[in-house]
Design a protein around this ligand. Sequence first.
Ligand code: AP5
Length: 213
Amino acid sequence: MRLIFEGPPGSGKGTQAKKLSERRGWIHISTGDLLREAVRNRTPVGLTVESVMREGRLVSDATVVEILEERFRRGDCAAGFILDGFPRTLGQAAALDRILSRLKLPVQRVIVFEVRDEIIVERITGRRSCPVCQTPYHVKFVPPRKPGICDKDGTPLVQRPDDGEDRVRTRLAKYHEETEPVIPFYERRGLVRRVDGGAPPDEVFKSVEQALA
Ligand code: AP5
C-alpha cells in the first residue's frame, strides 16, 4: 500500500511507520531521516539545511523535493511505501503528485495522527533515538530495556538537537501554519483517515491498521 503519515512533530508518525514497515514490508521514507543523514555525511545539502533544522524551521520545498526524488530513484517502492513527514506544504503536495503520477504509484491513504499540543512537548523533550537504526524511544513512555541503549543494536541513544522545548514550539507553529492546510488537499480526494495519536503506542497501531482496511 502507498501511504502518507501526517501529524504534528512528536505525534508518533516515525514510531508507527517503523512498525508498519517491519510488519508489511512497505518502504519507510522519512524526509527528516534523509535530511539528518545528509547533515551527518556533511553533503552540500546537509551543510545548507543543518541550521534550518536545528532551529525547527522548514527546509525549502526545492531541497526536500530533490532529496525525495533521489530516494524514489532507488526503485524499491513499487510494492508499497510510507511517506513520513512529507508533504509538509501545499507546494510539496503538488510536487509529490507530479512525481507519483510519473511513476504510476498514486497515494492510496493519508493517515493523520491527532495529538494535542500540550502532550507533544512532553513527548519530544523525552525522546531519544538510535543514531544507527533510527529506532525512537521515550525515557518514560517507550523506554529501552537498558537505559540509554538501543534494544536492537546496543548503540548509545542520542537526543536530537531540535528537540528542546523552544524548538518544539517553533515546529508546532510551522505545522499549524504550513502543514495542516495540506490535509484538505487529500480530504477532497477521500483519502484521509484520522487516528487518535494520544493513545498508547499499541492502541495507535491498531487504529492505523483499521484505517487501512
Ligand atoms: P522530522 O524528522 O520529520 O520530525 P517531525 O515531523 O517534527 O516529527 P518527529 O520525528 O519529531 O515526530 P514523530 O511524529 O515521528 O514522532 P515519534 O514517533 O518520533 O523533521 C525534522 C525536521 O526536518 C523538520 O523540523 C524540518 O526542519 C525538516 N524536514 C523534514 N521533512 C521536511 C519537509 N517535508 N519539508 C521541510 N522540512 C522538512 O514520537 C515522538 C516521541 O514520542 C518518541 O520519543 C516516541 O517514543 C514517543 N511516542 C510515540 N508514540 C507514542 C505514544 N502513542 N504514546 C507515548 N509516547 C509515544
